[in-house]
Design a protein around this ligand. Structure first.
Ligand code: PLP
Length: 394
């Protein structure tokens, strides 16, 4: 029943006043035909752009064959997807989920079960980092612990030891005889595009090896091609024991995945964990179609080149408008622009000028374009940023 005091769509989001009804590549249109250049990709999701023809064809073809049978039975598209991820990554086994948060839940449960079946149930704590974002379920807000995320949701889940970002001393002190795992985003997204330096990624691997604990990466936002390699950790020449993936792997179809070594996953035996939808034929078929495009040899080098062009342009803008832009952060096509003034007001001005970016913590606006962005579209975005900066009085 209509209640004037509350909108029918529960108001847990502050939405910009637009509804898009059509998208192609990096472009979105509203019902009146007004066009926006989309450098959000639905928050690092639509990596291959809106309505990529190969994905649309795969999804519609699958929709005519079979949608869902449950995990009571084998699912051939899921087996094919898992084999491909195993062939291409550190992982030896893959668990599909329906979202990023569920992938993180899977990682947390996997880590606890791992030590449980090894007869070390006291090793059940997970070290996490301030400014992290791992999703909005009870376990994942408890893991990240950000004040706005946890306010009013007590009691939180026990078992997380949070350390300040970049504080090596605190990290070493947090790891002890009850630690099961370290969980970290190689590049924090919501936290304001904060990168773990490559030597620190290697240091985390060494620390986990020395302590006999699991290294778990959350590559939900930074992974799946966004920084020019399929996953960020490949650039450090190390691999985690467990990794959460989502967002770009489904290009807008709701799906996530836990990738793990056989050793790490030894506790997740039949009956220990599950989900009705996870890995259903529609989801797995779309993920396979994403991999078809992304694993073509020319794809990731083009992401690197596009990232370099965009980053160079942002550095140039920052040099020319030091009163407006404070800093450029990030790698590949996961870039952040730290504002001197109010980032949300600047984002509103960009929106009015036809450019979509995503706000993050630390007064940063994120540029997370579809990975298929052209040079002309990069230049168009830079032109709008430049024009908006000129109109802004620092
Ligand atoms: C988006 C995100 C999640 C949560 O994914 P959902 O699909 O929204 O549940 C987890 N970790 C990171 C790093 C993310 O960016």
């Amino acid at each position: 029943m209509r209640n004037a005091a509350i909108p029918a769509v529960m108001p847990n989001y502050n939405r910009l006043p637009v509804a898009f009804d059509r998208g192609r590549g990096c472009e979105l249109w509203d019902a009146a035909g007004r066009r926006w250049l989309d450098l959000t990709a639905g928050i690092a999701v639509v990596g291959l752009g809106h309505c990529h023809p190969h994905l649309t064809a795969a999804l519609t073809d699958q929709a005519e064959q079979l949608w869902h049978t449950s995990n009571l039975y084998r699912i051939s598209e899921l087996e094919r997807l898992s084999e491909r991820l195993v062939a291409r990554t550190f992982a030896e086994t893959v668990l599909l989920t329906n979202s990023g948060a569920e992938a993180l839940e899977g990682c947390i449960k996997l880590a606890r079960r791992h030590f449980h079946v090894r007869g070390l149930p006291q090793r059940n704590r997970i070290v996490t980092f301030e400014g992290a974002f791992h999703g909005r379920t009870m376990a994942t807000i408890s893991a990240a612990g950000g004040a706005k995320m946890v306010d009013g949701f007590a009691p939180l889940l026990e078992g997380f030891d949070r350390v300040p970002w970049g504080d090596h001393e605190a990290l070493h002190q947090a790891v002890g005889p009850n630690t099961a795992a370290i969980l970290i985003e190689p590049i924090q997204g919501e936290g304001g595009i904060r990168e773990v330096p490559i030597p620190c990624l290697k240091g985390l691997r060494d620390l986990c090896d020395r302590e006999g604990i699991l290294l778990m990466f959350d590559e939900v936002q930074c992974g799946v091609g966004r920084t020019g390699t399929l996953f960020v950790h490949e650039q450090a020449g190390i691999s985690p024991d467990v990794m959460a993936v989502a967002k770009g792997i489904g290009n807008g179809f709701p799906v996530g995945a836990v990738l793990a070594t056989a050793h790490a996953a030894q506790g997740l035996t039949p009956g220990t964990h599950g989900s009705t939808y996870a890995g259903n034929p529609l989801a797995a078929r779309v993920c396979n179609a994403v991999l078809d495009v992304m694993l073509a040899p020319e794809f990731l080098p083009r992401v690197q080149a596009a990232g370099e062009r965009l980053e160079a342009g942002l550095r140039d803008l920052t040099a020319r408008h030091p009163g407006v832009f404070a800093e450029v952060r990030g790698r590949g096509l996961m870039l952040g622009l730290k504002l001197q003034g109010d980032a949300l007001a600047f984002n509103q001005a960009l929106f009015e000028a036809g450019l979509l970016l995503v706000p993050a913590a630390e007064n940063v606006l994120r540029l997370l374009p579809p990975l298929v962005i052209s040079d002309a579209e990069i230049d168009e975005a830079l032109t709008i940023l430049d024009a908006t900066a000129r109109k802004t009085t620092p």
